[in-house]
Design a protein around this ligand. Structure first.
Ligand SMILES: *Cc1c(COP(=O)(O)O)cnc(C)c1O
Length: 446
């Protein structure tokens, strides 16, 4: 074996072959080392010595890969629509166009064009948020975790806030609502039991130190069996009888009723407003289908207190976020959200459309088209699935196959299940079909 390795060129020799490639010396050295390392591994497993052309091919592959940004598009064939690891909600074309323009040029982020003087960042989004939700006022921050933190810091620091034990949620990535609450300086008062909380539990926990009651939507898990949660309108009425602030962390939040797609009913933003909640929080990039943001809606006086809190400066959203969010919201106002916002296109996609796509893939790469399930993801509707048609490929060495799919310039993320690899058309954009097929052929070809 050592004899075989001796047939490989040295890094220096390989480097000389790259003399007219215009990248830095260090990047070239890295590419040569990468190719030689790959060659060594191949020699060890196959006793075959790759020729110089192959080594150079690998070197160039590595150089190309190094030019790519670390954060880049992937093809999501997993069937999980709001995939937190894959960037959550893809944005509408309209949102992207406006984010590009505002990103490329100067803009009126904090400038009042009519008056020719300083303006307000939040003004660009406030009207449409209030119009859609019926809220008095709004505030946008970096994400919903930031919204929770800001709301509690501004309204409940040093005071007691009551929350049901059934709602002390870990939202993912190890982040727990009770930890965020403690950071804010609010004093958490837990009531009820894991499975059941009654109105009287809230009532008997109210003291003169209490400032608020908080409901947290148990987004990413579901309790079944002997379970009781108090109706939002009833807790809100209780809070108001005692002059307390009612806060509702919706998690995802939606303007569209999910039950029309055969899913459970995800709590809607309008419903919290109707229930009389004082402060409502939700994410921009879950079922709203926009960029990462945390949205706070509520009573003007409370929103005002939050917007003047020093933390606001640390949590304020970027210009591209604001314009992308505003354009996403406009889809709801214009009534074209299902057609234009990718996550709603995917949720509402017909089975016939999905099947036709899967059959098209199959006609090129083979495999079986079979009934399967897509999920909404993003910590919403945890037990619900949407029926789908997936392409199922049975291949030897599944993990290697999946790894090769990920090596493509647009890496393909598929699902491994029942000794096969599954591709769900629901979450693959039609314009990615070519790339997906090419990746499958590449993964097959080796
Ligand atoms: C997802 C979620 C959050 C956090 O929202 P991000 O936008 O991810 O910061 C907070 N609360 C609940 C209930 C959630 O589901």
């Amino acid at each position: 074996m050592d004899n075989l390795l001796r047939h490989l060129p040295s890094t220096h020799e390989l480097l000389q072959q790259l003399h007219n490639v215009e990248v830095s010396h260090n990047v070239k050295v890295d590419a040569c080392r990468y190719a030689l390392e790959k060659a060594r591994r191949i020699i060890q497993t196959t006793q075959q010595i790759p020729d110089l052309a192959t080594l150079l091919l690998w070197t160039h592959e590595r150089l190309e890969a190094q030019q790519q940004p670390s954060l880049r598009p992937v093809i999501n064939a997993s069937g999980v629509i709001i995939h937190t690891n894959l960037g959550r909600a893809p944005l509408s074309d309209e949102a992207i166009t406006e984010m590009q323009a505002v990103g490329r040029y100067y803009n009126n982020l904090e400038y009042d064009i009519a008056l020719g003087q300083r303006g307000q960042r939040q003004k660009h989004i406030d009207d449409i948020l209030c119009e859609l939700s019926g809220a008095e006022a709004s505030l946008v921050v970096n994400n919903n975790a930031a919204a929770v933190y800001l709301v509690l810091s501004a309204l409940a620091s040093g005071h007691e806030i009551i929350i049901s034990r059934g709602e002390l949620v870990e939202i993912g990535g190890g982040f727990r609502i009770p930890d965020v609450m403690l950071q804010s300086g609010a004093i958490l008062v837990e009531v009820g039991t894991t499975n059941r909380t009654h109105l009287k539990d809230y009532r008997s926990a109210i003291t003169e130190r209490t400032v608020a009651i908080m409901r947290v939507h148990t987004s990413n898990f579901k309790q079944i069996g002997f379970v009781k949660q108090v109706d939002l309108a009833d807790v809100t009425a209780l809070a108001h009888q005692h002059r307390l602030i009612m806060i509702d962390d919706l998690g995802s939040g939606t303007f569209i009723d999910t039950s029309q797609f055969g899913l459970s009913h995800e709590p809607m933003i309008q419903e919290s407003i109707t229930a009389g909640v004082d402060v409502i929080l939700f994410s921009g990039d879950k079922l709203l289908g926009g960029p990462q943001a945390g949205i706070v809606l509520g009573k003007r006086e409370l929103i005002e207190r939050m917007s003047q809190h020093p933390l606001m400066r640390a949590l304020r959203p970027d210009k591209t976020t604001l314009v992308g969010l505003a354009r996403t919201l406009q889809h709801y106002r214009d009534g074209d959200a299902l057609q234009k916002i990718p996550i709603w296109q995917m949720i509402s996609m017909s089975l016939e459309t999905i099947k036709a796509r899967a059959m098209h893939w199959q006609s090129v790469v083979g495999g079986d088209v079979v009934l399967s399930d897509s999920t909404v993801g993003g910590g919403s509707l945890p037990t619900d699935t949407l029926p789908t048609w997936a392409l199922r490929l049975s291949v030897p060495q599944l993990d290697d196959f999946a790894a090769r799919l990920r090596q493509f310039p647009h890496p393909v993320i598929a699902r491994i299940q029942d000794q096969a690899i599954w591709f769900d058309p629901r979450t693959v954009f039609p314009q990615q079909d070519q790339d997906l097929i090419a990746a499958i052929q590449y993964a097959r070809g080796i």
